[in-house]
Write a protein that binds this ligand. Sequence first.
Ligand SMILES: NC(=O)c1ccc[n+]([C@@H]2O[C@H](COP(=O)([O-])OP(=O)(O)OC[C@H]3O[C@@H](n4cnc5c(N)ncnc54)[C@H](O)[C@@H]3O)[C@@H](O)[C@H]2O)c1
Length: 262
Amino acid sequence: MAGRSQDWLGKTVVVTGGSSGIGAQVVRQFAERGATVFNLDRDLRHPSDDLNNSGSSIVQIATDVSDPESVLKALEHVRSAAGIPDVLVNAAGIYPSHTLVTMEDENWSDVLNVNLRGPFLTMRWLARAVSGDHAVDRSNLNRRVINISSGAARTGRAGAGHYCASKAGLEMLTKVAALEFADLGIAVNGVAPGLIATPGTADLSPDFCEILVQGQPVHRFGESDEVARATLFLADPATTFITGTVIDVDGGFMAGRPLPVA
Ligand SMILES: NC(=O)c1ccc[n+]([C@@H]2O[C@H](COP(=O)([O-])OP(=O)(O)OC[C@H]3O[C@@H](n4cnc5c(N)ncnc54)[C@H](O)[C@@H]3O)[C@@H](O)[C@H]2O)c1
Protein backbone atom coordinates (compact mmCIF):
# COMPACT_ATOMS: atom_id res chain seq x y z
CA MET A 1 0.00 0.00 0.00
CA ALA A 2 1.32 3.43 -0.92
CA GLY A 3 2.60 5.50 1.98
CA ARG A 4 3.24 2.54 4.31
CA SER A 5 6.72 2.18 5.71
CA GLN A 6 8.52 -1.03 4.86
CA ASP A 7 9.70 -1.64 8.44
CA TRP A 8 9.07 -5.36 8.14
CA LEU A 9 11.08 -5.94 4.97
CA GLY A 10 13.24 -9.04 5.37
CA LYS A 11 11.23 -10.31 8.36
CA THR A 12 9.26 -13.55 8.47
CA VAL A 13 5.85 -13.68 10.12
CA VAL A 14 3.64 -16.73 10.68
CA VAL A 15 -0.07 -16.16 11.27
CA THR A 16 -2.48 -18.99 12.02
CA GLY A 17 -6.08 -18.42 10.98
CA GLY A 18 -4.98 -15.73 8.54
CA SER A 19 -7.67 -16.36 5.92
CA SER A 20 -10.47 -14.54 7.71
CA GLY A 21 -11.34 -11.79 10.17
CA ILE A 22 -8.70 -10.71 12.66
CA GLY A 23 -6.01 -13.05 11.33
CA ALA A 24 -6.53 -11.74 7.78
CA GLN A 25 -6.06 -8.16 8.97
CA VAL A 26 -2.86 -9.16 10.78
CA VAL A 27 -1.59 -10.78 7.56
CA ARG A 28 -2.51 -7.69 5.60
CA GLN A 29 -0.86 -5.22 7.96
CA PHE A 30 2.42 -7.13 8.14
CA ALA A 31 2.44 -7.70 4.36
CA GLU A 32 1.78 -4.02 3.67
CA ARG A 33 4.88 -3.25 5.71
CA GLY A 34 7.08 -5.55 3.68
CA ALA A 35 7.14 -8.79 5.71
CA THR A 36 7.02 -12.24 4.18
CA VAL A 37 3.88 -13.64 5.78
CA PHE A 38 2.93 -17.31 6.01
CA ASN A 39 -0.78 -17.92 6.50
CA LEU A 40 -1.42 -21.28 8.19
CA ASP A 41 -5.15 -21.87 7.87
CA ARG A 42 -7.29 -24.89 7.19
CA ASP A 43 -9.28 -22.80 4.70
CA LEU A 44 -7.11 -21.09 2.09
CA ARG A 45 -9.17 -18.16 0.97
CA HIS A 46 -6.65 -15.46 0.16
CA PRO A 47 -6.60 -12.95 3.02
CA SER A 48 -5.46 -10.00 0.92
CA ASP A 49 -6.52 -10.49 -2.66
CA ASP A 50 -6.39 -6.78 -3.31
CA LEU A 51 -2.96 -6.40 -1.73
CA ASN A 52 -0.66 -5.17 -4.43
CA ASN A 53 2.68 -4.52 -2.87
CA SER A 54 5.70 -5.61 -4.81
CA GLY A 55 7.83 -5.59 -1.64
CA SER A 56 5.66 -8.08 0.21
CA SER A 57 4.66 -11.67 -0.20
CA ILE A 58 2.04 -13.89 1.35
CA VAL A 59 2.51 -17.65 1.34
CA GLN A 60 -0.41 -19.91 2.11
CA ILE A 61 -0.02 -23.33 3.72
CA ALA A 62 -3.06 -25.51 4.35
CA THR A 63 -2.80 -26.38 8.04
CA ASP A 64 -5.00 -27.75 10.77
CA VAL A 65 -3.57 -26.17 13.93
CA SER A 66 -5.16 -28.83 16.10
CA ASP A 67 -3.17 -31.58 14.35
CA PRO A 68 0.48 -31.94 15.50
CA GLU A 69 1.64 -33.46 12.21
CA SER A 70 0.01 -30.75 10.15
CA VAL A 71 1.56 -28.02 12.32
CA LEU A 72 5.01 -29.60 12.20
CA LYS A 73 4.87 -29.99 8.43
CA ALA A 74 3.77 -26.39 7.90
CA LEU A 75 6.36 -24.88 10.21
CA GLU A 76 9.19 -26.97 8.77
CA HIS A 77 8.12 -25.68 5.37
CA VAL A 78 8.38 -22.12 6.72
CA ARG A 79 11.83 -22.82 8.16
CA SER A 80 13.19 -24.27 4.93
CA ALA A 81 11.73 -21.38 2.88
CA ALA A 82 12.51 -18.42 5.13
CA GLY A 83 14.29 -19.52 8.32
CA ILE A 84 12.96 -19.44 11.87
CA PRO A 85 10.14 -16.89 11.92
CA ASP A 86 10.60 -13.55 13.68
CA VAL A 87 6.94 -13.32 14.68
CA LEU A 88 4.27 -15.93 15.36
CA VAL A 89 0.64 -14.83 15.70
CA ASN A 90 -1.84 -17.47 16.86
CA ALA A 91 -5.20 -16.19 15.59
CA ALA A 92 -6.95 -19.40 14.50
CA GLY A 93 -9.96 -19.98 16.69
CA ILE A 94 -13.47 -21.37 16.74
CA TYR A 95 -16.36 -20.35 18.95
CA PRO A 96 -19.44 -22.51 18.61
CA SER A 97 -22.30 -21.66 20.96
CA HIS A 98 -23.13 -24.59 23.20
CA THR A 99 -24.15 -24.54 26.80
CA LEU A 100 -22.41 -26.82 29.28
CA VAL A 101 -25.52 -28.96 29.15
CA THR A 102 -25.87 -29.17 25.36
CA MET A 103 -22.21 -29.59 24.44
CA GLU A 104 -21.01 -33.06 23.52
CA ASP A 105 -17.55 -34.40 24.31
CA GLU A 106 -16.37 -33.74 20.76
CA ASN A 107 -17.52 -30.10 20.94
CA TRP A 108 -15.34 -29.64 24.02
CA SER A 109 -12.37 -31.36 22.35
CA ASP A 110 -12.72 -29.44 19.10
CA VAL A 111 -12.64 -26.06 20.80
CA LEU A 112 -9.81 -26.91 23.19
CA ASN A 113 -7.78 -28.50 20.40
CA VAL A 114 -7.99 -25.53 18.05
CA ASN A 115 -7.91 -22.65 20.54
CA LEU A 116 -5.45 -23.99 23.10
CA ARG A 117 -3.57 -26.98 21.76
CA GLY A 118 -2.94 -25.16 18.47
CA PRO A 119 -1.00 -22.28 20.09
CA PHE A 120 0.84 -24.78 22.30
CA LEU A 121 1.98 -26.73 19.23
CA THR A 122 3.18 -23.67 17.30
CA MET A 123 4.90 -22.10 20.34
CA ARG A 124 6.63 -25.35 21.23
CA TRP A 125 7.91 -25.68 17.68
CA LEU A 126 9.28 -22.13 17.76
CA ALA A 127 11.01 -22.63 21.12
CA ARG A 128 12.54 -25.91 19.99
CA ALA A 129 13.71 -24.38 16.72
CA VAL A 130 15.41 -21.49 18.53
CA SER A 131 16.89 -23.81 21.20
CA GLY A 132 18.42 -26.01 18.53
CA ASP A 133 19.99 -23.18 16.54
CA HIS A 134 23.13 -21.92 18.25
CA ALA A 135 23.57 -19.15 15.70
CA VAL A 136 20.40 -17.43 16.98
CA ASP A 137 20.88 -14.27 19.05
CA ARG A 138 19.07 -14.86 22.36
CA SER A 139 20.42 -11.82 24.20
CA ASN A 140 17.29 -9.72 23.66
CA LEU A 141 13.59 -10.32 23.05
CA ASN A 142 14.13 -10.44 19.30
CA ARG A 143 11.32 -12.82 18.49
CA ARG A 144 7.66 -12.37 19.30
CA VAL A 145 4.65 -14.58 19.89
CA ILE A 146 1.24 -12.92 20.04
CA ASN A 147 -1.70 -15.09 21.04
CA ILE A 148 -5.17 -13.83 20.16
CA SER A 149 -7.14 -14.43 23.33
CA SER A 150 -10.55 -12.95 24.23
CA GLY A 151 -12.30 -11.12 27.03
CA ALA A 152 -13.97 -14.51 27.48
CA ALA A 153 -10.76 -15.63 29.17
CA ARG A 154 -11.73 -13.58 32.21
CA THR A 155 -15.51 -13.43 32.26
CA GLY A 156 -18.08 -16.14 31.84
CA ARG A 157 -20.60 -13.75 30.28
CA ALA A 158 -18.83 -13.44 26.92
CA GLY A 159 -18.93 -16.93 25.50
CA ALA A 160 -19.64 -20.62 25.83
CA GLY A 161 -17.96 -22.74 28.51
CA HIS A 162 -15.49 -24.51 26.25
CA TYR A 163 -14.57 -21.22 24.55
CA CYS A 164 -14.07 -19.33 27.84
CA ALA A 165 -12.02 -22.23 29.24
CA SER A 166 -9.84 -22.39 26.12
CA LYS A 167 -9.06 -18.67 26.22
CA ALA A 168 -8.41 -18.69 29.98
CA GLY A 169 -5.99 -21.54 29.32
CA LEU A 170 -4.39 -19.59 26.50
CA GLU A 171 -3.75 -16.57 28.71
CA MET A 172 -2.11 -18.80 31.34
CA LEU A 173 -0.08 -20.56 28.64
CA THR A 174 1.02 -17.10 27.44
CA LYS A 175 2.38 -16.29 30.89
CA VAL A 176 4.17 -19.62 31.32
CA ALA A 177 5.68 -19.39 27.85
CA ALA A 178 6.84 -15.82 28.58
CA LEU A 179 8.76 -17.14 31.60
CA GLU A 180 10.22 -20.13 29.79
CA PHE A 181 11.06 -18.43 26.49
CA ALA A 182 12.67 -15.20 27.73
CA ASP A 183 16.08 -16.89 27.77
CA LEU A 184 15.49 -17.86 24.16
CA GLY A 185 14.94 -14.23 23.19
CA ILE A 186 11.21 -14.77 22.59
CA ALA A 187 8.60 -12.41 24.03
CA VAL A 188 5.14 -13.94 24.48
CA ASN A 189 2.11 -11.68 24.81
CA GLY A 190 -1.57 -11.70 24.03
CA VAL A 191 -4.27 -9.48 22.60
CA ALA A 192 -7.78 -9.96 23.98
CA PRO A 193 -10.43 -8.63 21.61
CA GLY A 194 -13.95 -7.75 22.67
CA LEU A 195 -16.77 -8.10 20.16
CA ILE A 196 -15.23 -7.61 16.72
CA ALA A 197 -17.08 -7.60 13.38
CA THR A 198 -15.68 -10.60 11.49
CA PRO A 199 -17.06 -13.46 9.41
CA GLY A 200 -16.69 -15.52 12.60
CA THR A 201 -19.12 -13.34 14.56
CA ALA A 202 -21.57 -12.88 11.68
CA ASP A 203 -23.56 -15.91 12.82
CA LEU A 204 -23.85 -14.93 16.50
CA SER A 205 -27.37 -14.15 17.63
CA PRO A 206 -28.19 -10.43 17.27
CA ASP A 207 -29.63 -10.44 20.82
CA PHE A 208 -26.39 -11.78 22.28
CA CYS A 209 -24.34 -9.21 20.32
CA GLU A 210 -26.62 -6.39 21.46
CA ILE A 211 -26.15 -7.38 25.11
CA LEU A 212 -22.38 -7.38 24.66
CA VAL A 213 -22.30 -4.05 22.78
CA GLN A 214 -24.47 -2.36 25.41
CA GLY A 215 -22.29 -3.85 28.13
CA GLN A 216 -19.20 -1.95 27.00
CA PRO A 217 -18.49 1.78 27.32
CA VAL A 218 -17.87 2.17 23.58
CA HIS A 219 -21.19 0.97 22.17
CA ARG A 220 -20.13 -0.56 18.89
CA PHE A 221 -18.48 -3.61 17.40
CA GLY A 222 -14.70 -3.32 17.11
CA GLU A 223 -12.97 -3.73 13.76
CA SER A 224 -10.38 -6.35 12.85
CA ASP A 225 -7.83 -3.69 11.95
CA GLU A 226 -8.07 -2.29 15.50
CA VAL A 227 -7.04 -5.69 16.86
CA ALA A 228 -4.34 -6.06 14.21
CA ARG A 229 -2.80 -2.71 15.18
CA ALA A 230 -2.37 -3.86 18.79
CA THR A 231 -0.84 -7.09 17.49
CA LEU A 232 1.69 -5.17 15.38
CA PHE A 233 2.49 -2.99 18.37
CA LEU A 234 3.45 -6.07 20.39
CA ALA A 235 5.53 -7.33 17.46
CA ASP A 236 7.32 -4.01 16.98
CA PRO A 237 11.09 -4.29 17.51
CA ALA A 238 10.85 -1.21 19.77
CA THR A 239 8.80 -3.07 22.40
CA THR A 240 11.86 -4.73 23.91
CA PHE A 241 10.67 -5.10 27.53
CA ILE A 242 7.10 -6.35 27.24
CA THR A 243 6.42 -10.02 27.82
CA GLY A 244 3.78 -12.06 29.62
CA THR A 245 1.04 -9.49 29.23
CA VAL A 246 -2.31 -9.27 27.46
CA ILE A 247 -3.73 -6.10 25.90
CA ASP A 248 -7.52 -5.78 25.88
CA VAL A 249 -8.90 -4.31 22.63
CA ASP A 250 -12.54 -4.26 23.62
CA GLY A 251 -14.04 -0.76 23.85
CA GLY A 252 -13.65 -0.96 27.64
CA PHE A 253 -15.65 -4.18 28.09
CA MET A 254 -13.30 -5.57 30.72
CA ALA A 255 -13.32 -2.26 32.61
CA GLY A 256 -16.84 -3.04 33.78
CA ARG A 257 -20.44 -2.68 32.77
CA PRO A 258 -21.53 0.94 32.24
CA LEU A 259 -24.30 2.17 34.53
CA PRO A 260 -27.56 3.25 32.88
CA VAL A 261 -27.75 7.03 32.44
CA ALA A 262 -29.80 8.49 35.34
N1 LIG B 1 -14.40 -11.69 16.44
C1 LIG B 1 -14.51 -11.55 17.76
O1 LIG B 1 -15.45 -10.89 18.26
C2 LIG B 1 -13.47 -12.14 18.66
C3 LIG B 1 -13.50 -11.76 20.02
C4 LIG B 1 -12.54 -12.27 20.87
C5 LIG B 1 -11.59 -13.15 20.38
N2 LIG B 1 -11.58 -13.51 19.09
C6 LIG B 1 -10.56 -14.45 18.63
O2 LIG B 1 -9.92 -13.93 17.48
C7 LIG B 1 -9.50 -15.01 16.65
C8 LIG B 1 -10.02 -14.78 15.25
O3 LIG B 1 -11.43 -14.70 15.30
P1 LIG B 1 -12.30 -14.17 14.05
O4 LIG B 1 -13.54 -13.58 14.61
O5 LIG B 1 -11.44 -13.37 13.16
O6 LIG B 1 -12.69 -15.58 13.39
P2 LIG B 1 -12.92 -16.03 11.88
O7 LIG B 1 -13.83 -17.20 11.96
O8 LIG B 1 -13.30 -14.88 11.01
O9 LIG B 1 -11.46 -16.54 11.46
C9 LIG B 1 -10.87 -17.65 12.11
C10 LIG B 1 -9.93 -18.33 11.13
O10 LIG B 1 -9.37 -19.46 11.84
C11 LIG B 1 -9.33 -20.53 10.92
N3 LIG B 1 -9.34 -21.81 11.64
C12 LIG B 1 -10.32 -22.32 12.41
N4 LIG B 1 -9.97 -23.54 12.85
C13 LIG B 1 -8.74 -23.80 12.34
C14 LIG B 1 -7.85 -24.91 12.42
N5 LIG B 1 -8.17 -26.02 13.10
N6 LIG B 1 -6.65 -24.82 11.80
C15 LIG B 1 -6.34 -23.72 11.08
N7 LIG B 1 -7.13 -22.66 10.95
C16 LIG B 1 -8.33 -22.69 11.57
C17 LIG B 1 -10.59 -20.37 10.07
O11 LIG B 1 -10.49 -21.08 8.84
C18 LIG B 1 -10.62 -18.86 9.88
O12 LIG B 1 -9.90 -18.47 8.72
C19 LIG B 1 -10.04 -16.29 17.29
O13 LIG B 1 -9.00 -16.88 18.05
C20 LIG B 1 -11.13 -15.77 18.21
O14 LIG B 1 -11.35 -16.63 19.32
C21 LIG B 1 -12.51 -13.02 18.20
